[in-house]
Design a protein around this ligand. Structure first.
Ligand code: HMG
Length: 388
């Protein structure tokens, strides 16, 4: 019996800022963003949108297919949680009408936690193969204005059904891990934006890749040349290109520009126009690979590098299942991305400054999302979510 990803769907906001616009305001060359960090647009959540509504929107098509009683566990991965105590997944559970007999939990370790959720989901399914676990990863990447991180903001959510005999990607049980206590990126409880030591974070990312890969090689018989494609954690797409060159060098493998393109480029298309979505980022990269690769991926081996600042990293592998293309949501994803509205720099600032009220009063949220769920109000310190 194999275990892995049976279905995958993602969601992002209907608003985006073109980084040409940001560059113009900063009076810098837009190629620094388009070429230097490999990002063109960044998603900005609507005032009535957060990690809960995005996650519910991502998961809805999966639940509409399998039915609300099919899911035994929801694992919600995020680093932009909305409550220190209650799992964001419990709101999603209600919005999707899931069974009261379904367990729900939230996981955190920066951008890595969706991978932890998947590994735990695989273990649950291996123990009870008839179960389906819903893993959702949802985040809003926010940095202070006028900092180097600003251009790497974004938002998005991904939902995955983890099952036995999956229809998309079978995951191998061998994984390589690397953990080290470092301060490359963090967000204290009292802040709504992340703090980051940007250049250091890219170095730690590459160090973790080498370490996780070396551990993977100790436990798996797979070598670098056994992989046809790679999905990297995507804080910005240039990071993946640098990472892949680094991994090829570690393996003393020649990597021509054509090979670099073939092995990672299709996984970057969606992230380049969405931005960083932290926990969801690498998995939106996987959707991008599956939906944008012109060649048939059936039977091909994919290497995954998941990285969460702080830091925890994991290298793992999977194989694309024959016939996978019938079960993708490509047309819907592309239509969603094409229907987004570009915001001006002033509108971007308005969205950026629309932070949650903290006074306990009654606050209706301004309508903006075109998704199926919205945060209608924050009243008496309670968040009120509704289906549209
Ligand atoms: P910066 O200082 O603004 O950028 O910050 P830079 O000056 O280093 O320029 C970036 C690249 O653009 C350079 O290329 C320049 O040469 C090039 P490189 O040397 O890297 O190859 N460039 C140009 N290219 C073409 N035309 C031009 C031009 N001008 C310059 N005109 C930094 C960059 C990534 C540090 C910043 O964006 C940042 O702090 N981002 C946030 C942190 C981050 O994303 N870190 C990534 C690793 S950590 C991670 O992935 C975890 C994370 O997702 C969080 C989590 O786990 O929860 C962040």
């Amino acid at each position: 019996m194999s275990v892995g990803i049976d279905e995958i769907s993602f969601y992002t906001s209907n608003y985006f800022l073109d980084l040409k616009n940001l560059a113009a305001r900063q009076q810098i060359d837009s190629d620094k963003y388009y070429q230097g960090i490999g990002q063109e647009k960044m998603g900005m959540p609507a005032p009535d949108e957060d990690v809960v509504t995005m996650a519910a929107n991502a998961a809805l098509p999966l639940i509409e297919r399998v039915g609300p009683d099919a899911v035994s566990t929801v694992m919600f991965a995020t680093e932009t949680g909305i409550d220190q105590s209650k799992s964001a997944g419990v709101y999603v559970h209600r919005l999707l009408g899931l069974s009261p007999r379904c367990r729900v939990v939230e996981l955190k370790q920066a951008c890595y936690s969706a991978t932890a959720a998947i590994q735990m989901a695989c273990a649950l399914v291996a123990r009870q193969p008839e179960k389906k676990v819903l893993v959702v990863a949802s985040d809003v990447a926010r940095y202070d204005l006028s900092t180097p991180g600003e251009a790497t903001q974004g938002c998005g959510a991904v939902a995955m059904l983890i099952t036995a005999n999956p229809r998309l990607v079978e995951l191998d049980p061998e994984v390589g891990n690397y953990t080290e206590d470092v301060m490359d990126f963090w967000r204290p409880n009292y802040r709504s934006t992340a703090l980051v030591d940007g250049k250091y974070s890219t170095k730690i990312y590459l160090k973790s890749l080498k370490q996780a890969w070396e551990h993977f090689r100790e436990v798996s018989s797979l070598a670098f040349s056994d992989f046809q494609h790679f999905c990297y954690h995507l804080p910005f797409t240039r990071m993946a290109q640098k990472a892949h060159k680094h991994l090829a060098k570690v393996n003393k493998s020649e990597l021509t520009p054509e090979m670099l393109d073939l092995q990672i480029e299709d996984s970057l298309s969606y992230n380049r126009i969405i931005g960083n979505s932290y926990t969801a980022s690498m998995y939106i990269g996987l959707v991008s690979l599956l939906e944008n690769c012109k060649q048939n991926l059936s039977g091909e081996r994919v290497g995954f590098f998941s990285y969460g600042s702080g830091c925890v990293a994991e290298f793992f592998s999977g194989r694309v299942v024959a016939g996978y293309e019938q079960y993708l949501h490509g047309a819907r994803h592309k239509a969603m991305l094409e229907a987004r509205n570009e915001v001006s720099y002033e509108e971007y600032l308005q969205l950026y400054n629309d932070v949650d009220p903290v006074d306990g009063g009654e606050h209706q949220k301004q309508q903006g999302t075109t998704g199926r769920f919205r945060l209608a109000a924050v009243s008496h310190h309670k968040r009120e979510y509704i289906a549209c």
